[in-house]
Design a protein around this ligand. Structure first.
Ligand code: CUA
Length: 371
């Protein structure tokens, strides 16, 4: 009897699988990978992955190899006699019980060590951040500085970042593949985590990893690591200040008026609109604590320093300021695309605004000037 009855079919299957895997590798293009860790927590997590992968590969190759070898070597032949029948073999049974038990104990040990690595408060300098999961964007509050930003989590290099995870709506999951694994952000249950970046002057991609509604896939953020601690401190000092005041009579000044008329129901700009809880309240995040109370919490991001951010609307677009210059052609300006058609860019989001095409350039100029 031939080993494979239909060699052509097998060939087709193997070729198909090989082509599929080549196709799937393309999915990794430009995606952050847990296998490219850039901090101690991510390294610990990818270490667990590699350990288990290597153990599993050895077991798989060993077991499948023996299976394939036995299938070929001892296959039935036309004149082969009935093989000897055995019932039970204590030595073999002890071996195949003890070896898997040892393998699983190693995996358990590595995993438990990883859990402690991830959940233990690390030694050394730590900054505090509260990450607030909204539908569908991330807000970051820095309690030490009493300031809020959105879409961009700015941190210094080689410094522990203690993140408290907070939601008053649905469950999200905070994930920065190259820095730290996923942790759920659950209403009524405040999780926390630590991570840090070894590299300076780089930007990592963050992702919401728990389905949280129609725009779950567009709930991204950046972790921007400054060049050094001084750059971080000067960034923080800038973020604490009220918004830049435009020159009277300028395009930006006209934009400020448009903002006051059209945007303040949802967005705050410190120093411009009245409803800016971000710097006034000792615990601004707390303002949104109780979803049953309407306590004047603004639903949109604080835009005080919008021009310093690199993403728009939960990462659905990049904040490409170079294409949004005052008086220039705005056809490639992402902020213009977003403001003129928010429901087309990100269907289902809360943004309902109607800015006329005459007003748009001024509003863009103003928002992008808020560095
Ligand atoms: Cu938030 Cu998915």
């Amino acid at each position: 009897m031939p080993l494979f009855r239909r060699p052509k079919r097998w060939l087709a299957l193997v070729t198909g699988l090989a082509l599929t895997s080549i196709l799937l590798t393309a999915c990794g293009e430009n995606s952050p990978s847990i296998l490219d860790p850039a901090g101690p927590i991510a390294r610990s997590e990818s270490g667990i992955f590699w350990t288990i992968l290597i153990i599993a590969a050895v077991v798989f190759v060993g077991v499948e190899g023996m299976l394939i070898y036995s299938t070929i070597r001892f296959r039935a032949r036309p004149d082969s006699p009935t093989p000897p029948q055995t019932h039970g073999n204590t030595t073999v049974e002890v071996i195949w019980t003890v070896i898997p038990a040892i393998v699983l104990l190693i995996v358990l040990g590595v995993t438990i060590r990883g859990i402690f690595d991830v959940s233990t408060k690390p030694e050394g300098k730590t900054i505090e951040v509260t990450a607030y999961g909204h539908q569908w964007w991330w807000e970051f509050y820095y309690p030490e500085y009493k300031m809020t930003t959105a879409d961009s989590l700015v941190i210094p290099p080689n410094t522990n970042v203690h993140v408290k995870l907070y939601s008053n709506n649905v469950i999200h999951s905070f994930w920065v593949p190259q820095l730290t694994g996923k942790t759920d952000v659950i209403p009524g249950h405040d999780n926390e985590k630590w991570f840090s970046s070894d590299k300076a002057g780089v930007t990592y991609e963050g992702i919401c990893a728990e389905y949280c509604g129609t725009q779950h896939a567009n709930m991204r953020f950046n972790v921007v690591v400054t060049k050094d601690n001084n750059e971080y401190l000067s960034w923080a000092q800038k973020q604490q200040q009220a918004a830049a005041v435009p020159t009277p009579g300028s395009l930006e000044a006209k934009g400020e008026e448009i903002f006051k008329n059209q945007c303040t129901t949802c967005h705050g700009i410190v120093g411009v609109s009245d409803e800016t809880p971000y710097l006034k309240d000792p615990n601004p995040m707390g303002q949104c604590d109780d979803p049953t109370k309407d306590n004047g919490c603004l639903i949109g991001p604080n835009l005080t320093h919008f021009g310093s951010r690199n993403l728009i609307a939960g990462g659905v677009l990049k904040n490409n300021i170079e294409a949004c210059q005052p008086g220039g052609d705005l056809s490639n300006c992402n902020l213009a695309k977003w403001i003129s058609n928010p429901q087309g860019v990100k269907p289902g989001n809360d943004m309902a605004v109607n800015v006329s095409s005459e007003d748009l350039p001024a509003l863009i100029a103003y928002l992008e000037s808020l560095k």
